[in-house]
Write a protein that binds this ligand. Structure first.
Ligand code: SAH
Ligand code: F3S
Length: 433
């Protein structure tokens, strides 16, 4: 009987891809098969997130649950960003954990499972040229890492401390991976990095120097590939060449993530984001002008230390000006090893909650207006998921979630759909061709 692996993934798309890499390595080298039932697993992995405090608490509560339900001889491993920043502390707090593997050490998974109480969290380990075995949770969409780490030093963010310095993955590895995914049925690739439009600034060893716009051109040359998405670009690096390539290249999906964080130039300075409110508005306006059907999503942190009512009003102003199609908003959460952790001008927590609520309510009203304009439209949807309520789900090129009644024959296909019913988060329609 094959050995069974249960894996729980918290956090961002990069973690999802790291989990796929670990599954692939464990399958190819050790013969593990995935299970969705932790009780029958021989190995339980939690791939953790540490970007805010909440997912760190979640790790320790989840560990307690797995300890109770696991088989007597099953091993538990903690991987990912919290593994990087807490290291051996995790085994101190939860002595039944068998090993700890940091977010920059994913390729060591095949070895570490044989070393009891091992902690591998080297922050300058370089796996940018490691050719991982292939595994994908879905055949239709392929996540592909294009860089590791992050070179920015945003004062609120723990990621540079958990994923280390930024190194770009060689272009031929990326294009080769995309080509294999397409051969295996994917029409869409999703390029991943903490700062994708900084691609090409640093490689390890002698590599062909290629910037992000050129990488996009190379990937879009793959025959059979129809859609390219990427996340996250940084507003600072949204130069004209990048926006023009985005607008011009028909394979690039017209959905852009522009993480604002704050609309106040003063707060952006304290965050060390490197751009002003005016620069952000200028880039968003250029995008809307060059790509009329673009949808723009963003991340916003409210109540960063020192944020005044006036600063928050600036964020609300940007929200009204850009009319984002999607907003991920968070209360500031102090993180260890960051500059902002030492800032003493914290915002009162009730004020923080109230600002988050005000922001989300304002965005909901914008979304109500935007979604109404979609009713009756004819859109192209790439179907990726069969739901158990008789619907199939997919996305438009500009990232609107669409559901229609249908069966699996549509999976992996692009169809024209007439939108018949709209809501803030999902639209319903009928296939017309
Ligand atoms: N490079 C990524 C950032 C990854 S972190 C990007 O630019 O999208 C994802 C998001 O989490 C950030 O954009 C930010 O909005 C949020 N975040 C990061 N650190 C945070 C903190 N200390 N408190 C609250 N939100 C935070
Ligand atoms: Fe974090 Fe800023 Fe990098 S948000 S991941 S340090 S771009």
């Amino acid at each position: 009987m094959s050995k069974k692996l249960f894996i729980e993934t918290l956090g961002c798309a990069m973690n999802v891809r790291d989990s796929e890499h670990m599954i692939a390595e464990l399958n190819a080298r050790e013969g593990y098969e995935l299970t969705t039932d932790a009780r029958e697993a021989d190995l339980i992995l939690i791939n953790t997130c540490s970007v805010r405090e909440k997912p760190v608490h979640k790790l320790f509560s989840e560990l307690g649950v797995f300890k109770r339900l696991k088989k007597a001889d099953a091993k538990i491993g903690v991987c990912g960003c919290t593994a990087s920043h807490l290291g051996k502390e995790i085994i101190k707090r939860a002595p039944y954990v068998n090993f700890v593997l940091g977010a920059r050490n994913v390729s060591k998974i095949g070895d570490i499972i044989h070393k009891d109480k091992a902690v591998e969290v080297e922050i300058d380990y370089d796996e940018s040229q490691f050719a991982f075995k292939d595994f994908r949770a879905t055949a239709y969409k392929a996540y592909i890492n294009i860089s590791i780490g992050c070179d920015k030093q945003c004062t609120f963010c723990i990621v540079p401390k958990t994923r280390g310095d930024e190194i770009s993955i060689p272009v031929d590895l990326i294009v080769g991976e995309a080509r294999r995914a397409v051969e295996n049925g994917a029409k869409e690739v999703f390029l991943l990095g903490q700062n994708v439009n900084n691609y090409g600034r640093r490689f390890s060893g002698e590599q062909e120097k290629v910037n992000f716009s050129e990488l996009l051109r190379r990937v879009s040359g793959i025959e059979g590939l129809e859609r390219i998405r990427f996340t996250s670009p940084h507003p600072l690096h949204m130069d004209d060449e990048f926006i023009e390539e985005f607008a011009r290249n028909p394979k690039i999906c017209k959905s852009m993530h522009m993480p604002l964080q704050s609309g106040s130039t003063e707060i952006l300075k304290a965050m060390k984001r490197g751009y002003s409110k005016e620069w952000f508005l200028n880039r968003a306006a250029k995008l809307r002008e060059m790509v009329p059907n673009v949808s723009i999503s963003t991340d916003i942190i409210v109540a960063f230390p020192g944020e005044s009512d006036e600063d928050f009003a600036q964020t609300m102003e940007v929200l009204s000006a850009v009319r984002f199609e999607q907003v991920f908003s968070f209360k500031y959460s102090p993180r260890p090893h960051t500059e902002a952790e030492a800032f003493t001008n914290a915002v009162d927590s009730e004020v923080a909650s109230s600002r988050l609520h005000t922001l989300q309510a304002h965005h909901d009203s914008i979304l109500d207006e935007i979604s109404l304009t979609n009713k009756g439209n004819i859109v192209e949807v790439y179907f990726e998921e069969l739901r158990n309520d008789g619907y199939i789900a997919g996305r438009t090129d500009n990232n609107i979630g669409v559901k229609v009644k249908g069966s699996e024959e549509w999976l992996g296909k692009i169809a024209r759909v007439k939108i018949t019913e709209v809501s803030r988060t999902v639209q319903y329609g009928e296939i017309i061709a």
